[in-house]
Ligand binder design. Structure first.
Ligand SMILES: [Zn+2]
Length: 688
């Protein structure tokens, strides 16, 4: 893994951005690209008028949309975000295709070549697994466990392979001006540690199919059935042992669980079976005095795993990871096997995604700020940036007023909270200064080599930050991405150009629609600065207790209310939302809807309009809530819902909509609900 950004809080799960993982090639001339229709905001046709908004608001706002928009066969979930994402991806594809056919600039040459190499399925089929043979040779040559670390360093710094743990560069949690080296738990292939450790029927069956997948791909490399089966046993054994030593995802929300500064000598003592000095010289890491060892217990476990397992078992683990990292881009049999397990079995996706879509996403991942330069010129008017700045300012004022009126917070803590708010920075659209890709070599003749070069380029880029001042202008998302994020150590909110369009943002529409869309998104990101995680960082991005004890415990009581509430929601019968894992996102949704509402009231007042004015038969108040809920209209396969319940810090769309409005009494008033109805419960939760 490259950048360690454990603190990042996104608007939605990363796979919904253009950068879907495990994307996979398929020679599919039948799936010619067609232009998807542009999504629009406030969709009257989406509304199910037979549903009672006070009983199930999500069904009311999205019922017809969900009926009319089944999941396409090449997806495992489908929502409004996907509609926009697919359109952005198509527009990006047009740029890539043009650049591949007739490049006009050196950058177009580069991303055109990358895209063309990716699209070349004949080449992939001809090469078979040749692209990974040099890695296999390195791993085969290991004669002693002591040599594993150097090979691990090579894989980490020169290929897209993730093994054992994640190394990266991050801001020091206690001094955000410093960029330090860090190692965090990792080394798994299945989506979460629970997939290895839970013993119910569903998890058992996933593990059995994972075992089958390993056997299939190892056999493709020429291993005998017996050898492949025994290797698969060992690989599962190793990953299961690592899973046992890993901290559960929900606990990683606590910055304390991600931060343990150690000297290199201390790390050596913690895990003597791994030659750390060979690893660090293998990745060319600058010699510094200490580093962050995110989860020491994990590295203790890893030490035991390396000591306990045979050299052959460890080599099988390395080989499989080297192969799996690029299996989706190798010849058809590998790609099919990868699809079959990761998309079909795990996510419930019926068909392979068209190759042009996967290659567009892959190019966006590798060269996002190259192709993004052309994309924003065509798709992001400067006026949009200005309008966004006004909206952000309105939301900031509203959050400041919200903090002032909180009944449970003392004046001392309020003052500190306001200081943090004043320190917020924002980035809108795309970077002021684009990344320099001149050192990134691209060839048209071996796409896996391009992926290796991309990994090496990114690794060097990150490594180069150690000891240098933090670049406040750096972006963590590419311009066409349909998402947004708050980054606690930077204390900044970020809105890529990709999301600043309908259904989120449409300046032909009335204020209620835009405040319910992008307004709530902005409020959501701002509230992240004050959720269970963000609230532990101060305005300078340092973890520091800036709350009085009494305020902190009042805050925790309110968070507990949300934990209990969301834990009772079930996306699939028998599968509950993890109220602790999703706490920050739920808090951000609940805060976002309140402060965007306040900002809407202020804006309407300025314009001499009223919240009761009607358009299309709905008051501005009602339009605000409908617009908000419609952002979350979606359908998911049962499998995708199960994976999300274990891994996604966001609640499913249904609960993002209903969970939020039922906690906000203005909703009940707008729709004439009475206390005691499902969308207006007696004991509503409120944090911000
Ligand atoms: Zn979020």
């Amino acid at each position: 893994m490259r950048i360690v950004r454990s603190a990042f809080t996104l608007l939605l799960a990363a796979p919904l951005a253009l950068s879907a993982q495990h994307a996979l090639p398929f020679a599919d001339t039948s799936q010619a690209p067609t232009e998807p229709k542009a999504p629009h905001s406030f969709d009257l046709h989406a509304i199910d008028k037979t549903a009672d908004p006070c009983v199930d608001f999500y069904q009311f706002a999205c019922g017809n949309w969900r009926k009319d928009n089944p999941i396409p066969s090449d997806q495992s979930s489908w929502g409004r975000f996907h509609e926009l994402s697919e359109r952005n991806r198509y527009l990006l594809y047009l740029d890539l295709k043009r650049a591949a056919d007739s490049p006009k600039t050196p950058l177009q040459h580069k991303y055109g070549d990358f895209f063309a190499a990716c699209m070349d399925t004949d080449l992939a089929d001809k090469l078979g697994d040749k692209p990974v043979q040099p890695l296999f040779a390195r791993i085969d040559a290991i004669k002693d466990k002591k040599d594993i670390a150097a090979v691990a360093g090579y894989l980490d710094s020169s290929t897209p392979t993730g093994i054992f743990f994640r190394f990266g560069i991050e801001q020091d949690q206690k001094d955000s001006t410093k960029q330090i080296e860090a190692v965090h738990q990792g080394g798994l292939t299945l989506p979460d540690r629970d997939y290895y450790l839970q013993d119910d029927e569903h998890m058992q069956s996933i593990r059995a199919k994972y075992h089958d997948y390993i056997v299939t791909v190892l056999k493709l490399t020429g291993e005998s059935e017996d050898q492949a089966k025994s290797d698969a046993d060992h690989i599962l054994e190793i990953e299961t042992a690592l899973a046992k030593g890993a901290t559960p995802r929900r606990d990683l929300r606590n910055p304390e669980q991600r931060y343990h500064i150690m000297t290199f000598a201390e790390l050596d003592q913690l895990e003597p079976s791994f030659e750390w000095s060979a690893y660090f010289s293998g990745v060319n890491a600058p010699k510094v005095s200490d580093l962050n060892v995110g989860q020491p217990t994990f590295f203790k476990t890893e030490n035991q795993v390396i000591a306990d397992q045979s050299l052959d078992a460890l080599k099988a683990y390395l080989k499989f990871h080297a192969l799996n990292g690029v299996a989706a881009w190798l010849s058809q049999p590998y790609a099919d096997a990868s699809f079959d397990f990761f998309q079909k079995t795990l996510q419930g996706q019926a068909e392979q995604t068209a190759r042009w879509k996967r290659c567009t996403a892959a190019t966006d991942r590798a060269l996002g700020e190259a192709v993004g330069q052309d994309w924003v010129k065509e798709n992001f008017p400067p006026q949009a940036k200005q309008n966004m700045e006004q909206l952000v300012a309105a939301l900031k004022t509203a959050l400041g007023q919200d903090i002032q009126t909180l009944p449970w917070m003392s004046d001392d803590t309020k003052k500190q909270a306001e200081e943090k708010l004043a320190e917020f920075r924002q980035k809108i659209g795309y970077p002021d200064k684009w990344r320099d890709y001149s050192k990134f070599e691209v060839t048209r003749t071996n796409f896996v080599e391009d992926l290796d070069h991309s990994a090496a380029f990114q690794f060097d880029y990150d490594l180069n930050k150690v000891g240098k001042p933090v670049d406040e202008k750096e972006w963590g998302m590419t311009p066409p991405t349909v998402n947004a994020y708050y980054n606690p150590p930077m204390n900044d909110i970020n809105f890529p150009a990709g999301i600043l369009q309908p259904p989120f943002y449409d300046f032909s529409k009335d204020p209620a629609v835009n405040f319910g869309g992008i307004g709530v998104v902005i409020g959501h990101e701002m509230t992240h600065g004050f959720d269970d995680q963000g609230s532990k960082y101060d305005g300078h991005g340092n973890v520091r207790p800036w709350w009085t004890d009494a305020d902190r415990s009042a805050f925790q009581k309110r968070l507990d209310c949300e934990i209990d509430e969301y834990s009772s929601f079930q996306p699939v019968p028998g599968v509950n939302v993890d109220g602790k894992l999703t706490l920050g996102e739920n808090t951000a949704d609940n805060g976002g809807i309140r402060i965007a509402w306040q900002a809407l009231l202020a804006t309407l007042a300025q314009q001499g309009k009223s919240i009761n004015d009607k358009i299309d038969g709905y008051s501005e108040a009602q339009r605000y809530f409908i617009s908000f809920a419609q952002v979350w209209c979606e359908n998911r396969t049962e499998q995708a819902s199960r994976v999300a319940a274990k891994t996604d810090p966001h609640s499913p769309g249904m609960f993002r909509a209903n969970g939020t409005v039922r906690n906000f009494d203005e909703f009940g008033k707008a729709f004439g609900c009475h206390v005691g109805q499902p969308m207006m419960p007696e004991n509503a939760c409120r944090v911000w």
